[in-house]
Design a protein around this ligand. Sequence first.
Ligand code: ADP
Length: 630
Amino acid sequence: MSNIIAKNESVRIALLRGLTRATAESWLPFCVAIAAFLVDLFTPRAITDFYVLPIFACLGAPSPRVPLRTAALITPLLILGFFVAPPGTATLAVDVFNRAMTFVIIWTGAILTMWRLQSSAAAEKAHAEARASERRFRLMADGVPAMIWVTDQQAKVEFVNREYCEFLGITLEQAQEQGLHGSLHPVDMKDYLAQFQAALAARSSFSARIRVRHAAGAWRWVETSAVPRFSEEGDFLGHVGLSYDVTAVVAAEHGLRDADRRKDEFLAMLSHELRNPLAPIRNAADILASPAVGPKQLQWASGLIRRQTAQMTALLDDLLDLARIAQGRLALRLEVVSLKAVLDSAIEAARPSIERKDHLLTVSIPPGESMVRADPARLSQVISNVLVNAAKYTDPGGRIALTARAGDGEVCISIKDDGIGIPPDALGRIFTLFSQLDASSARIDGGIGIGLALVKGIVELHGGTVEARSDGPGRGSEFVVRLPLAACEAGASAHPPNTQAAVPTSCRVIIADDNVDAAESLAMLLQVEGHDVRVAQDGLSALSLALAFRPQVAILDIGMPQLDGYSLARELRKEPWGAEALIIALTGRGQEEDKRQAASAGFDVHLTKPVDPDIVASLIASRIWPDHAH
Ligand code: ADP
């Protein structure tokens, strides 16, 4: 029972709601209909046209149902009017006819109005959908981090997104006014316009890489791709394009091309540098082979070979060092050293280059002992490289100033010249590998563009920095090296004292090397020094020779037939005399791993070929390790 009551209640509420809504939607036509009925009550019969007015009132109704509801209301009123309206001149038949005609007109009008409202509602809906779609498109287009543009059949701009306006610093109106090429680089203009025209004529897509003027004023590279637009009927409407900033990509591509070109130049120069010493060495060899060679020619030829091989060795050493730095395998022998001692040795190394061109070198080093924690040989190499460059890139009779200052926990070494100077745009790149600003001037002195890369690598390994300064071409240059000062008391001993052993005037030496020429030439040099030298060409014969000869010094190649240098060294160390012997590895392999292996096999010293025979001789004589032994 209560269920039925509740159901009736909800039906009543629904009815009331429907009625209220119907009244709200159609109150005007209803009022006009009631007014028409009142008029009918006071009008003589046969005039019923005013019943059409409520239908007119439906024209602006929000719902197409309103005209039908109104017609449905008018119909009973029309009939009721027939009975209650005052009789006029017309007969009942005419009145009935009039009311019937009015009835037909009202319903026809109501149906037509309903259709009209229905179609305008559909149009309004389509319109609203189009507006929403446009809003969605703009929202999406403005959110894209690339420039979007739309043009018509004549390539006139119809739309550009927010990124387009922000990137070029213009408004939509300005974009429409100046067109797509308004911000284009003049050099790219002709090709771009030709490409665009061709795509317009062919109604096809196109892409281009162009420069445009950025809002900040600089030219930026932009990659543009455009596709044609067509209506549903297939009519060509224009193009829609996407452009994005590729300046960084273009710069990287240029950098790679540049690096590739520099590498090719470097290889060409390197082969030139490596071939250069070969011709004089061959000439010297020919002279030495001549039966008429006298002591003077002999001395000349050996001096020449020494100089040329030293030059080649220095070049190869630099290349090996660079490779080690690049692979993070250059190990520094760090110690607390006197800055003055390092600078003195660098000046000594660079002196021939400075004197050859008659430069005036002034040196200013802080009074008192400044100590740095550094690899003295490497640091001296850095400073002498920069000094040699100063000599090289300064006209004869120039001035070079070396100044060192210590303070604020660092030492600052400046090398200044009044030479050819460096253009400002080149200051940053001279420290990169294979960078020569003027290859012809560098070549005169045999540079190949690796010196400063090496300087930077070594300084950075020391935790320091190097910087180049110049006011431009012809205005000299300055190189500033900064290194952390060593935290130690001033005046501390720079190097551990040398422990001089008793110097034997003559030693028993064996040389084991499968390269006969290398072994015999070294043997000859050591014999000249007064040593008793024996040579073997493989590991096993070297071992049997050593067991009989009991050498005090063994110079062993590593890669040898029958028994390699490591095994041979181990065998020698087992002998009572072998424990005391100086065993030197003389090999083409100079990596850190090779040195470690040599040390664990019992070698005292590891030297990389080609080696200066003087170093071997002084090693034998003094029994200390030279600084430049690798
Ligand atoms: P290079 O073997 O050509 O000397 P570097 O790496 O030592 O190679 O130097 C790179 C380039 O830097 C040189 O080719 C030269 O153009 C420039 N440069 C180096 N030092 C100086 C200097 N003191 N004055 C002018 N230019 C210099």
